[in-house]
Design a protein around this ligand. Sequence first.
Ligand code: HEM
Length: 148
Amino acid sequence: MLFKLLVILHTLGATVWTGGHLVLAVTVLPSALRKRDPEQIHAFEEKFEGFGLSALLLQVITGLWLTRIYFPSIQTFFAFESYLSTYIAVKLGLLLGTLALAIHARFFIIPNLTKETLNSLAYHIAGVTTLAVLFVVLGAGIRLGGLP
Ligand code: HEM
């Protein structure tokens, strides 16, 4: 039962994190770029930031918990004997990439966001959204016993 609950919470967190970034990248960002209006991004970030970061935290907690259920000992994880360890290791790599991009955007770009720096934020949003989609693809791959 715990395992099933963790998969449901993990999937729910994925809808928020990946869904939120897709809405930002596909609807808010193009409109902000067209109008050269950083305020539209600020307005979205203000509402989504807390909720989105809570979802990412939920992903990390439930993801590591699921990993611990699959690999009760750390040695079996690092033996890389099945696709499962590889997929989870790639997910941890995606997590590092996500954190690096998010921290850089949050502390170095968003505080000084102007019409001129809007493009560099656009690249960050595209990057974090791509990583968010890859998380879902790899997650589905785990459930499906590997891809393709
Ligand atoms: C934003 C980050 C993440 C997203 C959007 C995400 C998304 C997903 C999705 C959609 C699934 C498929 C669920 C299913 O139907 O079974 C999944 C599975 C899984 N994820 Fe993540 N994930 C994220 C982060 C992580 C992290 C950090 C870890 C841990 C290292 C992790 C470990 C796993 C594992 C072990 C499964 C397999 C669960 C199962 O048996 O189905 N995930 N993930």
